[in-house]
Ligand binder design. Structure first.
Ligand SMILES: *[C@@H]1O[C@H](CO)[C@@H](O)[C@H](O)[C@H]1NC(C)=O
Ligand SMILES: *[C@@H]1O[C@H](CO)[C@@H](O)[C@H](O)[C@H]1NC(C)=O
Ligand SMILES: *[C@@H]1O[C@H](CO)[C@@H](O)[C@H](O)[C@H]1NC(C)=O
Length: 332
């Protein structure tokens, strides 16, 4: 009920906004409608009722206009396209897909990093690194409509670390982290989000099982008894000094966990992304798997292969969405 009434209110707000502007409705073409129908069937959208369908359609057309505006910008270094988020409003994308519980001030982040001792500093590193074809990464996953990015970030980094150590690529369980870390007393909130260090601390203390024995379902469930399952126990991690040299040095040793402001990422489809918010609010955990000779970062996301460059993003060295702020490397 709550959801439906929210949609109705949002619909009313959007319609009045559209009536004020009038031009969106006038600009709609047959080709836009065809685009919508094609998109809708390829993403198999099902709606609660007609109100929701109308609302979603309006949001879709608004987003489509934004894509068209971006396409006209000949100076853009990245491309955008329709994808699974195309009928989400900007606010809704932030609420449903990104983390609600990880907004902390820079001072809080710094305080948290201090007990881990000196931040890890640079060693020599190559001019470019790309772990994508090294065998250290599982296929791209899709977190679905759950703010579980930190669980994916943590499991993915542990998979790569384990691979680089043992040459065996396992798939660890995001669902275990999602279900069990909160119950074990860590500061995590299931599908509402978490900081990735809480999941690393959980894995160090309780071990992480394999995805095949504790598969991802995309919502929080009761923590399953894992006492009979084989577990991997990582031993330690460290925060990296928030400096591009130090972060690149860490990436050169293996994929690392990073946190970004992904508020503007929903429709990214390729190229060097430099459309970050100017006021950074960290809200998404991803994995840095490389950097190019210009210092742009190669980012592994968990929004399926239909997003970005087959699930990856190249993120600008300078307009980098806060990627250097909270960086974690597994050490042992
Ligand atoms: C989990 O299962 C084991 C073995 O069957 C049992 O000894 C243990 O008490 C169970 N733990 C919980 C929390 O239920
Ligand atoms: C764990 O294994 C034991 C022995 O095989 C079995 O009796 C027990 O039921 C199992 N517990 C769980 C929680 O699967
Ligand atoms: C990063 O650290 C290196 C040495 O470790 C230093 O030369 C460089 O100035 C630092 N960069 C920034 C932006 O602080």
């Amino acid at each position: 009920m709550v959801k439906i009434s929210l949609i109705v209110i949002a619909l009313a707000a959007l319609i009045s906004q559209i009536q004020c502007q009038t031009n969106l409705a006038e600009q709609l073409t047959i080709s836009d409608l065809k685009t919508y129908n094609k998109w809708r069937s390829s993403y198999r959208r099902v709606f609660l009722n007609e109100d929701e369908e109308t609302y979603r359609q309006l949001v879709f057309f608004e987003n489509l206009q934004k894509l068209k505006t971006h396409e006209k910008n000949t100076e853009a270094t990245y491309t955008v396209s329709l994808n699974q988020f195309s009928d989400y409003s900007q606010e809704e994308f932030v609420q449903r897909i990104l983390n609600k519980h990880i907004s902390r001030s820079d001072a809080d982040i710094q305080k948290e990093q201090e007990p881990n001792g000196n931040l890890r500093k640079a060693v020599n590193y190559p001019t470019s690194v790309d772990w994508r074809n090294s065998g250290a990464l599982n296929p791209i996953q899709n977190q679905g409509q759950c703010g579980s990015c930190a669980a994916f970030g943590t499991a993915g980094v542990l998979e790569s670390f384990y691979y680089l150590k043992s040459k065996q690529l396992l798939k660890f369980s995001e669902q275990q982290l999602l279900d069990c870390a909160r119950q074990a007393g860590f500061d995590t909130y299931g599908c509402d989000g978490a900081w990735q260090q809480e999941y690393f601390k959980y894995a160090i203390k309780y071990g992480i099982v394999q995805g095949s024995s504790y598969p991802y379902v995309g919502y929080q469930t009761t923590c399953k008894n894992t006492s009979n399952l084989s577990k991997y126990f990582p031993q330690s991690f460290k925060f990296i000094n928030p400096n591009a040299s130090d972060v690149k040095a860490a990436i050169s040793q293996g994929p690392i966990s990073v946190t970004v402001d992904a508020s503007t990422w929903s429709s990214y489809s390729g190229g060097i992304f430099n459309g970050c918010n100017s006021n950074i609010q960290l809200n998404h955990a991803v994995i840095a798997v490389g950097y190019d000779t210009q210092g742009n970062y190669i980012i592994r996301n968990h929004w399926g292969t239909g997003w970005g460059e087959k699930g990856y993003m190249r993120l600008s060295a300078n307009n980098n969405c806060g990627v250097l702020t909270s960086v974690i490397q597994v050490l042992s």
